[in-house]
Design a protein around this ligand. Structure first.
Ligand SMILES: CC(C)(COP(=O)([O-])OP(=O)([O-])OC[C@H]1O[C@@H](n2cnc3c(N)ncnc32)[C@H](O)[C@@H]1OP(=O)([O-])[O-])[C@@H](O)C(=O)NCCC(=O)NCCSC(=O)C[C@@](C)(O)CC(=O)[O-]
Length: 338
């Protein structure tokens, strides 16, 4: 198969012909994709995925060209059984140089377990709402922030990178709409703890381009776009339009999940994340060379969906069927060069 670098030489991808105009940029920006499938994608699945399958999925994602793959969480196994083999996953991974394998950490106990597994980056995850914090972490937002502060301090001391998530950035299944100013304040606190970036999570996928714009207008009063990432669940089918709204503010890191898997066991009604296949296809269509091989990505999505015995949630994966065997053909379709 022709490498993506060669493909990008032989195909001149048009700079977006559609309405998007990246603020302050004359051409399509580099976008950093942060794959969350092996963690966010699988944590909600009731069928236990054996450790070797989790590892195979992570290896396939790395082989497709993904450079940031959130691979496990070290939460209480009493709360999320699917993630109970985090140590085995992290100890047995075949690490590809240049690939980042972060893990999700709820407290110091989880941190100390994860620390035995050769980790380089941890993610902490306070909620933007009291109701969700109680259901997801069994504590208030303030108590959660105090626990995460301890984790962040220890991780920074140990020389690890720390990423922050905020859940329920626009709406909470228990408390309803969330004020953008609340999310801006938590963003500030996470950055002050040492997070290199804060991923804004629309946990239940209720956001729209309008609410995302209102949120980012407020959050960008306290930080800059390079410190933010976008994490959209696609429950209402708004993932890509929300992303477009976010890119317009200059944000360049996007979370997604292979095959559109995902959801949180403690967020009623939450469905999967924006599918990585859909995101990558969308970005190629905008002229962004993600350096990701779409054929291998689609195969990774089918591998895990087949294992789980359910159809893929990725529209691109479904649409491609078995017709396209070559990455460059798919890129050509994304660029409307057919
Ligand atoms: C935070 C806790 C632990 C509090 O849970 P708790 O029950 O209040 O804690 P506890 O300290 O009383 O501990 C209960 C038991 O769990 C053990 N325990 C305690 N901690 C750990 C640990 N780290 N690793 C292993 N074991 C642990 C602890 O030792 C004890 O065991 P026992 O004494 O009964 O035998 C729990 O609520 C929890 O694990 N919550 C995590 C839930 C979760 O994983 N949710 C999904 C991730 S969040 C998400 O998906 C949203 C995000 C990030 O993607 C963004 C978005 O989508 O918007």
């Amino acid at each position: 198969m022709q490498s993506i670098r060669n493909v990008s030489k032989s195909f001149t991808l048009p700079i977006p012909r559609i309405c998007i105009k990246f603020r302050g940029l004359s051409s399509a920006p580099e976008i950093r994709i942060y794959e969350v499938g092996p963690r966010d994608g699988l944590q909600n699945e009731s069928k236990f995925v054996p450790t070797e399958h989790k590892i195979e999925l992570i290896n396939k994602l790395a082989a497709a060209g993904l450079k940031n793959i959130e691979s496990a969480s070290f939460v209480s196994p009493k709360w999320v059984k699917q993630m109970s083999d985090g140590s085995e996953v992290m100890k047995n991974l075949k690490r590809v140089p240049g690939v980042n394998y972060p893990v999700l950490i709820p407290n110091l106990k989880g941190y100390h377990i994860a620390k035995q597994c050769n980790i380089e980056e941890v993610a902490i995850f306070p909620a933007g709402s009291e109701g969700f914090s109680q259901k997801n972490l069994n504590c208030s937002v303030e108590e959660g922030l105090a626990r995460f502060q301890e984790v962040a301090e220890q991780a920074v001391k140990d020389g690890l990178r720390v990423r922050g998530y905020i859940s329920c950035i626009v709406g909470c299944p228990y408390d309803g709409p969330i004020s953008p100013s609340v999310i801006a304040k938590i963003t500030e606190r996470l950055l002050a703890m040492g997070c290199y970036e804060v991923s804004l999570g629309d946990t239940i996928g209720v956001g729209t381009a309008g609410s995302v714009r209102r949120l980012l207008t407020e959050v960008l009063k306290v930080t800059t776009p390079d410190k933010l990432a976008l994490h959209f669940h696609d429950t209402y089918g708004q993932g890509l339009s929300n992303l477009l709204a976010g890119l317009d503010f200059g944000i360049k890191t996007v979370d997604s999940s292979i095959s559109g898997l995902g959801g949180c066991p403690y967020a009623r009604g939450a469905s999967g994340n924006l599918a990585t296949e859909d995101l990558v296809y969308f970005l190629y269509g905008l002229g962004v060379n993600t350096h990701i091989d779409l054929v291998k990505l689609v195969e990774a999505g089918r591998f895990i969906s087949n294992y789980l015995g359910k159809p893929t949630e990725s529209k691109v994966n479904r649409a491609l069927g078995d017709r396209f065997k070559d990455h460059k053909d798919i890129v050509r379709i994304a660029a409307c060069d057919v």
